[in-house]
Write a new protein. Sequence first.
Length: 249
Amino acid sequence: MNKLTEKTILVTGASSGIGAAVVRQCVQAGAIVIAADRDDPATHTGLDVPHQNLTLDVSDAAAVQAAIAGLKHLDGVVNAAGIVGQGSLQQIDQQKWQHVMDVNVTGTMLVCKYASEVMLATNTQGSIVNLCSAYGLTGGPGNIAYNVSKSAIWQLTRCAAADLGASGIRVNAVGPGYIETPMTDMLKNAGAFRDQFIAMHLLKRPGQAEEVATAICFLLSDDASYITGATLPVDGGFTAAHVPMVNLG
Ligand code: NAP
């Protein structure tokens, strides 16, 4: 059965990685998908399913407001747009920090805000799904702006759920571990570091964008009708336990 039949779903960061996998699965589940990304839709060559295109930089408040106000109806939103912006506390500068916050935190907030206004105006009990990270729950070295931004999305998800719950709009998130997408391409040749990173996941392998998209489509669907304010780990067990584990038996 198609879980998302005739639902209209906006996906940001739609031309790559997890966002593109969400577009594919939403279309396969019967949804009408508006695929938004900051680049030219003509370059979205990986999106080989029917969809509408929207060019949108989520960190541009006026652009987000104008683009979403132009949508008559929305049942679902997936905030998959995001950037890394690597650097430790010593390496980060204010400009880079601010850029990561602008895209990851402010961008997600703006899309939640204006998309929920469309849902409220049409009395639609919609579903919003944000992209956190396992590193939004735990600390880690060398990526301070990204990790802090993902922690903020965790809290944004709870607070937006609190603001919108009485209207029947659900707001949830997923928290992926290491997923093989263009964002993590730099790990492909990282040798022992990559092996150690994989070993920190209980399932001892990286995840795939399709595995995250399946969890997102569940949260979008009516099957998740009593779930809001939650962040679902899709992290191969990364946040479930510290590894290596000591067996004292
Ligand atoms: P990705 O392949 O790099 O895709 C991210 C997409 O967002 C790209 O198409 C990117 O466009 C777009 N984007 C960047 N800045 C934007 C902006 N200002 N406005 C609109 N779109 C923008 O990354 P991914 O791995 O699919 O990640 C998707 C989400 O999952 C991100 O929020 C990421 O933090 C999160 N996540 C990923 C992992 C992982 O291991 N991959 C783990 C945890 C969480 P450009 O290509 O032009 O930059």
